[in-house]
Write a protein that binds this ligand. Structure first.
Ligand code: SF4
Ligand code: SF4
Length: 350
C-alpha cells in the first residue's frame, strides 16, 4: 500500500516556517533519490496574471537551497497554456513567474514545451481514449520530477492536484488540445441577458454578440470552460457527464504517459484552497479552510488522501458544493484501473 505523509498546518504557518516543507520531503524519502549533477525538475504552476493563490515560492526556498548545496541541477518548470493569457508563450510566462517571485529562488525557470508550446515529445501508449501522447519535450531529459501541486476545486474535473498537474500540466499545446476538445459549451438564448461577461473572459475570442444572445464559435473554442464559471445567469451550458468523463479520463491517460519510466514524487499543498484553479485571473479568497501539505510517491494515493482528509474535516461534500454536476471520484477510479497508482494508502502524520 502506498504511503502518504501529512503535515498539518495553515498557509500562514508554513509561510512562517517553510523549513517544514523540506522536512516533509526528507521524511518521505524523496531526497535519498537525488544525486549530484542530476537534473531535478520542480513542476509548478506559476499562477495566471491577477491570481494570488498559486504556491508561494517562499515555501520552496529551503528546498532550493538544499538542492543547490547538494550539487544537483534543480530548475522550476511548467508548460504554456492552451488559452490566450499571460502564460501562452515562454517569454511572457517567465516574466509572470518572476513577477510572482519565483525568480528569487536562485534556480532557473524553464518552460518545458518551448517558446510557443509546440515542442513535444511523442510517446506511444495504448489507452482507451488515446494512443499517441504529445508531452512537453523537457520530460525527455529530466532525471527526477518533483511535482508541486496546489490543491483546488475545478470546474471541469471537480478538483485538481497531482494527477492534473502531471496530465494537463505536462502536456504540450497539442496534448492539451487533445484533452480539452471534448468540452463544447453553448449559450441558451432565453437565459442570456447579453451582459458580455463571457466574451470579456473568453481567452480564445470565441464569443460574439448575436441579435438575441451571445454565441460561441465552436471552431475557435478551446474548451477552457471559463465562460461557464463567469456567466452570472447560468446561460452557458455543457453536457457535464460526457465532458467530465472523457476529459478527465484523457487527463488521467496523459498523467500515466507522463510518469511512465520516469522518477516522480508528489507534494500537494492543501492550503488556500480555491473554487477554481490558478489559471483563473481573478483574485479569490480560500474556498475551503487550510488543511496542510501531503507528500507521496503515488499520484493517486496523494490525491485521494487530500480529498478524504478534507471531506472528513468538513463533514459534507465541499467539492459537490463547488461543482455539483461532477462525480470527481470517477477519474481517481479510472487512474487506479489503468495502473497510475492506488486508491488505498497508509496515512502517516508527521
Ligand atoms: S455572461 Fe451569460 S448572460 Fe452574459 S452575455 Fe455571456 S452568456 Fe449571456
Ligand atoms: S470554453 Fe468558453 S471561454 Fe473557453 S474558449 Fe470556449 S467559449 Fe471561450
Amino acid at each position: 500500500m502506498s504511503q502518504v505523509y501529512f503535515k498539518r498546518g495553515t498557509y500562514q504557518e508554513f509561510l512562517a516556517q517553510p523549513q517544514k516543507i523540506l522536512d516533509g520531503i526528507k521524511k518521505s524519502g524523496f531526497l535519498k533519490e537525488i544525486k549530484k549533477d542530476e537534473f531535478i525538475g520542480l513542476k509548478i504552476h506559476f499562477g495566471e496574471k491577477g491570481n494570488k493563490s498559486y504556491i508561494n515560492p517562499a515555501l520552496l526556498s529551503p528546498l532550493a537551497r538544499f538542492l543547490n548545496k547538494r550539487g544537483a541541477r534543480p530548475f522550476l518548470f511548467d508548460t504554456n497554456t492552451l488559452y490566450r493569457g499571460e502564460r501562452t508563450n515562454s517569454v511572457d510566462h517567465i516574466r509572470i513567474a518572476n513577477k510572482h517571485g519565483f525568480g528569487k529562488l536562485d534556480i532557473p525557470i524553464i518552460i518545458g514545451d518551448g517558446l510557443r508550446g509546440n515542442d513535444y515529445l511523442k510517446v506511444k501508449c495504448s489507452q482507451k481514449h488515446l494512443k499517441d501522447f504529445y508531452l512537453a519535450q523537457i520530460l525527455k531529459d529530466i532525471d527526477f520530477v518533483l511535482v508541486f501541486s496546489h490543491f483546488t476545486c475545478h470546474m471541469l474535473t471537480g478538483f485538481g492536484a497531482a494527477i492534473k498537474n502531471m496530465g494537463m500540466g505536462c502536456a504540450s499545446r497539442r496534448g492539451k488540445l487533445s484533452q480539452h476538445c471534448v468540452v463544447s459549451p453553448n449559450i441558451k438564448e432565453g437565459q442570456c441577458v447579453k451582459c458580455g461577461m463571457c466574451a470579456k473572459f473568453c481567452p480564445a475570442d470565441a464569443i460574439s454578440e448575436g441579435k438575441d444572445a451571445f454565441f460561441i464559435d465552436e471552431k475557435k473554442c478551446i474548451g477552457c470552460a471559463q465562460c461557464i464559471s463567469v456567466c452570472p445567469h447560468g446561460a452557458v451550458k455543457i453536457s457535464w457527464s460526457e465532458s467530465y468523463d472523457e476529459l478527465a479520463q484523457k487527463m488521467v491517460e496523459y498523467a500515466f504517459a507522463a510518469t511512465q519510466n520516469r522518477k516522480c514524487a508528489y507534494v500537494n499543498f492543501c492550503i488556500y484552497i480555491t473554487k477554481e484553479c490558478d489559471c483563473m485571473n481573478k483574485e479569490k479568497s480560500g474556498f475551503i479552510k487550510d488543511l496542510g501539505v501531503l507528500f507521496s510517491w503515488d499520484p493517486v494515493s496523494i490525491d485521494k488522501a487530500s480529498i478524504d482528509l478534507l471531506l472528513q474535516r468538513e463533514k459534507h461534500d465541499v467539492f459537490k458544493d463547488a461543482h455539483p454536476s461532477i462525480n470527481y471520484l470517477r477519474h481517481l477510479e479510472y487512474a487506479q484501473e489503468i495502473g497510475l497508482g492506488e486508491l488505498g494508502y497508509k496515512l502517516i502524520e508527521i
